[in-house]
Design a binder for this molecule. Structure first.
Ligand SMILES: C[S@@+](CC[C@H](N)C(=O)[O-])C[C@H]1O[C@@H](n2cnc3c(N)ncnc32)[C@H](O)[C@@H]1O
Length: 271
């Protein structure tokens, strides 16, 4: 069964605002993998579960055409409004039945998305649409973040661990794929040319308000809002306040450093 957790227009806007592109290292690893297997010019890339389209911006300069697909109409609507790139199109579509011709895709990506799909049906669809030697790249950041601020990093990360503990009960069971570094998904890929890395790290600086926005965009927080709307609202206000107290500042525009760990799976279809 496909999982629809990202339907709300408000959730989609939150995505547009607070989600960010993957680190340069991941982009470089994907393109050096593709460059070793395919000849340029590259014709088509498809980003599946594209959300509001951040990944499409990265892919567009390298391909004649890029297509972003997502099961959520709200996400695709926001993507179309936010991203006006001439060679990019967006379609509402389930990952398990893509509006793409057989053997036509050079690169298929899924960022923070593959764990939501029906893996068996999706991998069959991937095999149908990839060209011989066409590549797939599935990646995601782990839910556990490290938060640094001056000499207060330990306290900041401790608060984040408490946040995780509270939100865990609203976590969908499919998030286990991310926590286990996409191991099961990697094993299910029917190709021999494949690699999995779960030791990739990146740091980014953002205002505290954006960190709160990022937490707000998590599917487990969105679930909390549905089950306990009042508590979820209080929860966000309380965590922001706790961070501000630790930082001894009054403005949520004060920047913090957030450290992410990533998993990346790359594979290539046989000739
Ligand atoms: C965590 S978001 C990631 C969005 C974007 N790729 C990013 O990196 O920010 C997961 C996305 O997968 C989409 N999704 C979930 N299940 C899907 C399915 N079966 N088919 C297509 N998209 C799906 C959701 O609607 C959501 O936009």
């Amino acid at each position: 069964m496909a999982t629809q957790m990202f339907e709300g227009k408000e959730h989609a806007s939150c995505y547009e605002k607070y989600r960010f592109s993957p680190p340069q290292e991941i982009e470089d690893m994907i393109f050096s993998y593709v460059d070793e297997r395919l000849n340029k010019p590259y014709k088509l890339a498809v980003d599946v579960g594209c959300g509001t389209g951040q990944g499409i911006k990265l892919l567009a300069p390298h391909f004649e055409k890029v297509l972003g697909t997502d099961i959520s109409e709200a996400q695709i609507e926001v993507a179309k409004e936010a991203i006006k790139i001439p060679n990019a199109t967006f379609r509402v579509s389930p990952a398990e039945g893509l509006p793409v011709d057989d053997a036509s895709v050079d690169l298929l990506t899924a960022s923070a998305a593959v764990h939501w799909f029906d893996i068996e049906r999706f991998l069959k669809e991937v095999d149908r649409i990839l060209k011989p030697r066409g590549c797939l790249a599935f990646f995601s950041y782990f839910p556990l973040l490290e938060i640094n601020y001056k000499d207060r990093s330990e306290q900041m990360s401790k608060v984040y661990s408490e946040i995780e503990e509270i939100l865990k009960k609203y976590q969908h069971e499919k998030v286990r794929h991310v926590r286990t570094g996409y191991k099961e998904i990697f094993e299910a890929i029917p190709y021999t040319d494949k690699i999995r890395r779960d030791d990739l790290f990146s740091k980014t600086t953002m205002p505290l308000a954006n960190l709160i926005g990022l937490i707000q965009s998590f599917s487990m927080f969105q679930r909390y809002c549905v089950v306990e709307p009042e508590n979820a609202k209080d929860f966000l206000e309380t965590i922001e306040q706790r961070f501000l107290e630790i930082m001894e500042v009054s403005s949520s525009e004060t920047e913090v450093e957030v450290r992410f760990r990533y998993v990346l799976v790359l594979a290539s279809k046989p000739k």
